[in-house]
Ligand binder design. Sequence first.
Ligand code: NDP
Length: 323
Amino acid sequence: MKYRHLGMAGIQVSELSFGAWVTFGSQIGEETAAALMRTAYDAGVNFFDNAEAYASGNAETVMGNVLKRIGWRREAYLISTKFYWGLNEGVNQKNTLNRKYLTHAIDGSLKRLQLDYVDLIFCHRPDPETPIEETVWAMHNIIEAGKAVYWGTSEWSAYEIVSALHIAEKHHLHKPISEQSHYNLFTRERIEKEYARLFREHRYGDVIWSPLASGLLSGKYNDGIPADSRAAQPGYEWLQKSGITPARVDKVKQLVPIANDLGCTLAQLAIAWCLKNQNVSSVILGASRVEQLQENLHALEVGPKLTPDVVERIEQIMGNKPQ
Ligand code: NDP
């Protein structure tokens, strides 16, 4: 495993990390969750991603139980959580980054994770109704209270991130250090274009999510929807409708000969492609089975095979390089 600095922060994250969305607290049980986390950690993964909203808090509960059971040294790993959607109905408690919500949210997460602090809090989405200054101060105060070490953003516009950076600089507050962005062979515009200046001038970090477009780039949907796949899970009908379109599946099929030529799987090719981007600090993997994670961790060996010629072959198929 190799490690990359999280933007301009002193902390380093493993190039491949592991996240709990869809799986922890719903699709898989605690035993499988523990086996997945052990597999990741043994391969050198030092960063595990979660969110308050995943499985309505249950994903944090499962991860907390696993961490307690395994007993790794707390200094050796990083845990993130994310706030915005909220767990409770009612005004001020949902779809917000207001100071009161955030103050309660961190205490709830720490309780479920059974931790004294989290390493990273991501503001899961921008909140157009709360002044960015209020959120920056709330994050600063949570860090000063020792409940988190760093904070960042997820799916914020470059403008919103730079605003937060300027507010933090002006008042000498803890700055956000990293985005958590959607990035894969199908979704590129924001990281490769909108954030270019942010990476160059602010050395902002970025840990990226859904590197396989929810599994599509593993090729598992090339011949239909397997009954045990994410797209067949209750509540994920949107994935079949808008994610697994015939046009996208066609592109995935065209990538097969490239993976064959490199002697790797489609999933490994897609993950290695994400890591080729040096502005990516870490690729957050997802897996519902240990075998998937084992396969995906070997993506690290594919990176050196992505020569300019191979990358150009991929570009020709995808046809979506941001201009
Ligand atoms: P992926 O796009 O890599 O999808 C992972 C899923 O694809 C697995 O759960 C599994 O689903 C399937 N899969 C993975 N590997 C293979 C394989 N080798 N062969 C066949 N199927 C495979 O990542 P996720 O969408 O899970 O995102 C990763 C993490 O990113 C999340 O856990 C979360 O921590 C974070 N995230 C953050 C978001 C944000 O808004 N900040 C949003 C979404 C995710 P199955 O077996 O069920 O088909």
